[in-house]
Design a protein around this ligand. Structure first.
Ligand code: T46
Length: 142
């Protein structure tokens, strides 16, 4: 988790491209929910939370979105600027997303149904979980 992966892609410039990934094969979990974020004004920041248990894969089929991941010990920046790139984001990761281009779309496939109880929306609370070793070493960044 917490790394960029390449999405399998077929096609050519004459006919266009098709990209796909499959649960438990290309991404390391079963998908239970899909959502997407769009019509976000440029330079908007979203996210600002972590998940206790949720695993997700993020991809940007159109546009450019920067995702900053923070495991409480280090931060890394990942650029979603191609429909052939995806970012795996596991549990115990604080995330901030920045919309870098007009009309960029963020798509997300998640390992579980929506549950507000799984969110940590306060950064100090997130750091407390990190200090207590809640995720052990399962939230490394790559
Ligand atoms: C994440 C990043 C990448 C629902 O009711 N159902 C859903 O499935 C989702 C995802 C959200 N919501 C509600 C909860 C809030 O009232 O939609 C509203 C906006 O959600 P939020 O402010 O959490 O949106 P983002 O863009 O900051 O974060 C979202 C996901 O919530 C989050 O899990 O990792 O995208």
């Amino acid at each position: 988790m917490n790394k960029i992966i390449e999405i399998k892609t077929f096609g050519n410039e004459e006919q266009g491209f098709l990209s796909f990934f499959e649960s438990n094969k290309d991404i390391p979990f079963e998908i239970k929910r899909i959502y997407y974020t769009y019509d976000v004004p440029i330079n908007t920041k979203r996210g600002m939370h972590a998940h206790k248990e949720l695993n997700q894969v993020l991809w940007c089929p159109y546009g450019e979105i920067e995702v900053i991941l923070d495991n409480g010990k280090e931060k890394k920046s990942y650029l979603l600027d191609s429909p052939e790139k995806a970012l795996l984001v596991g549990k115990g990761i604080w995330r901030d997303m920045y919309w870098k281009k007009e009309n960029s779309v963020l798509c997300v496939a998640a390992s579980d149904y929506y549950n507000e109880e799984d969110y940590i929306r306060d950064y100090d609370e997130f750091l407390k979980y990190v200090k207590e070793g809640y995720w052990n070493d399962e939230n490394k960044l790559y």
